[in-house]
Ligand binder design. Structure first.
Ligand SMILES: Cc1cc2nc3c(=O)[nH]c(=O)nc-3n(C[C@H](O)[C@H](O)[C@H](O)COP(=O)(O)O)c2cc1C
Length: 414
């Protein structure tokens, strides 16, 4: 028997749905207890309860994994998460005797997928998802790791991960709404020892001298995943060179004060349309992620070994620039910069707009030129370059990202 949980009753045939794998699939499990977690979606429930309208597909929220013995472990990333998500939620567990054409392997133990609709052969009504989960826990069929049982290391991981999720969710307002509700410090109201997105932006300064410390494998994987996502979304071909000092091994890099750079991000791709702007936008997304993971960075348009880096490009692709990456010998220094009034003439700006512009003022720009300008046209934020300078389009992409990530609103580039 295969199982599938849903909040919808009366289903006779389970239809394939697009999940985060990108292919429409029906997800089923050989174990009834493993589908109980799907009886409710924390993001959807919180949005419904707080009157936040959701349109478009929901961002996936799956705080569970499998222990070595194959038993599902539900994890609470905030106090009372299980109760808040499942209490008072009813649903249905559908059974299917057969899956005609098993699809793609998700790697999730006991899970079977189907690209074709699956015929339902049984249906069980579950009046309260929380009760059902707790009874499966009592029977030892699943495990629940409560927030109170999280170690300091776990909590640190939760803080870093949620901040990263928040930074990366500019296009998912419902997910941001949920994260703000559960982890209020992500927006800037600092709680306990929480790190905010604004903190990350404020803590980032260009760092040109690095230590020999190697970047651990988990961090490499996290960054590589983010690179793949950026390439997909931005139609780019960004890559990271690890343990390769040649990219910054040149006289120019040395004159530019770069020391001991052994990792760097290569911003490249097919040069079409707003290529430089996209490199700025997605490059800065990676910079802030790296900063939140304890690394330091420095954008470099000029002072690196361009000849060496160009050898790495795929045929027909162009290089925008690179970003040095690693553990800094220092955290860098704040620089004097422009004020809100210097880059914007909006009087009585709404709070989100002010937040966005203030975040934009923390963004790196070539030679700290900050040649950008914001205006508000009706409800729409508009971003333009101001004056002449170098790398203005890349700067604009960087600034756009800061504005959008902090304000949750789009900045239209003109
Ligand atoms: C598009 C761009 C290109 C840059 N190119 C270089 C460079 O070639 N060499 C360098 O040392 N710094 C470079 N920088 C770093 C800037 O000088 C630095 O971001 C700016 O002075 C602001 O300082 P901060 O990043 O510490 O806030 C660049 C920054 C940007 C955004």
């Amino acid at each position: 028997m295969y199982y599938h949980a849903s909040g919808t009753g009366g289903i006779e045939e389970l239809q394939p749905r697009v999940s985060n794998h990108g292919v429409p699939l029906v997800y089923l499990s050989e174990k009834r207890e493993n589908v109980l977690v799907y009886l409710s979606n924390a993001v959807e429930k919180y949005c419904r309860e707080t009157g936040f309208t959701v349109d478009g597909p929901l961002e996936k929220w799956g705080p569970y994994g499998f222990d070595r013995d194959g038993i599902l472990r539900l994890e609470e990333y905030y106090p009372g998460a299980t109760e808040k998500t499942y209490k008072g939620v009813f649903g249905y567990i559908y059974g299917a005797e057969e899956v005609q054409s098993p699809g793609f392997d998700t790697g999730i133990p006991g899970t079977v997928t189907s690209e074709e609709p699956v015929k339902v052969t049984s249906c069980e009504y579950v009046p309260d998802a929380l009760e059902e989960l707790l009874s499966a826990e009592r029977e030892g069929k699943i495990r629940i790791k409560r927030y109170e049982a999280m170690s300091e290391k776990d909590r640190q991981w939760i803080r870093e991960t949620m901040l990263r999720e928040y930074v990366g969710a500019a296009e998912h307002p419902e997910y941001r709404h949920f994260l703000e509700g559960m982890f209020p410090w992500v927006t800037g109201e600092k709680g306990e020892s929480g790190v905010t997105l604004k903190d990350t932006m404020g803590a980032r300064h260009s760092v040109r001298a690095y230590t020999d410390e190697k970047v651990p494998e988990e961090i490499r994987i996290t960054l590589s995943d983010a690179v793949s996502e950026a390439n997909r979304e931005g139609d780019l071909h960004i890559s990271i060179r690890w343990d390769d000092p040649e990219g910054f091994d040149s006289r120019l890099a040395h004159y530019g004060n770069f020391r001991n750079v052994s990792n760097y991000i290569v911003l490249a791709g097919k040069k079409s349309g707003d290529f430089d702007l996209r490199c700025g936008y997605y490059g800065e997304k990676l910079v802030l992620l790296a900063q939140s993971l304890g690394l330091n960075t420095c954008w470099a348009a000029l002072t690196f070994n361009k000849r060496k880096v160009k050898e790495l490009l795929a045929p027909g692709e162009s290089l925008c620039m690179v970003i040095a990456l690693g553990y800094g010998a220092s955290q860098g220094h704040p620089h004097r910069g422009k004020s809100f009034e210097n880059v914007c003439d909006v009087k009585d700006a709404p709070a989100w707009f002010r937040e966005g512009v203030e975040a934009a003022l923390l963004a790196p720009t070539a030679v700290n030129q900050q040649k950008f300008y914001f205006s508000l046209e009706g409800e729409k934020a508009v971003l333009r370059t101001k004056g002449i300078g170098t790398c203005l389009q890349t700067d604009l992409g960087i600034v756009k990202y800061h504005f959008e990530a902090a304000s949750g609103h789009e900045a239209e580039v003109r």
